[in-house]
Structures are given as C-alpha cells and as structure tokens.
Ligand binder design. Structure first.
Ligand code: ZN
Length: 99
C-alpha cells in the first residue's frame, strides 16, 4: 500500500507539518515520514501512570511528532545517544545543533 500525504501536528507548538502516513496497513494511519520534524515512538515506560503496556509492547506504541524548530529551541534538554548497538556503554551528551 502506498504512503499518503497527511498532516502531523507538533506536540509542543501545535503547528502542522507535512507528513506521510504508513499506508494504513493495520487500519491506522501512523506517520512514517515527517518533513521539518522528527517522529518519536514509545513502547511504554515502567514508571508511567498512563502508558505501560508491558508484554504487548510490540503491539502498540505511542507516536508523537515534534517540529525541528521546537527541538532546536529546547536542544539543551535533548540527549543525543550514539553507538547504542556497537558498544556496551553508549555515549550520552547534550544534543548540539550545527549552525
Ligand atoms: Zn513545534
């Protein structure tokens, strides 16, 4: 099934972003590509009081979109984690934006 153009809403500022949905293969329109933003997906969190699906974590996720402007504006609060799969201890640092 082909992706279709749609609109995603930034979680932080509420602005609309051009996006493509995943084709609705499972009856939902999850965002597969967003332009001028980033897609974040969560399978749940043990400490959450609102979303912790436990064993069913591969069957459901939360998905949000945040626009590049909001990420750049709040870059000091973004962790940029590298080498997650290659080394035992990943590098964690503050997200830096190249101007
Ligand atoms: Zn935004």
């Amino acid at each position: 099934m082909d992706n279709a153009r749609t609109m995603a809403i930034c979680l932080c500022c509420g602005d609309g972003l051009c996006a493509e949905d995943g084709g609705g293969s499972v009856g939902i329109d999850a965002i597969s590509i967003v332009y001028d933003g980033i897609i974040f997906e969560a399978t749940g969190n043990f400490g959450s009081t609102i979303f912790d699906p436990m064993a069913r974590q591969e069957e459901e996720i939360l998905q949000v979109v945040i626009c590049d402007r909001c990420i750049k504006k709040n870059a000091k609060n973004v962790l940029h984690i590298k080498n997650i799969r290659r080394i035992t201890k990943s590098e964690v640092g503050v997200f830096k934006i190249d101007d």
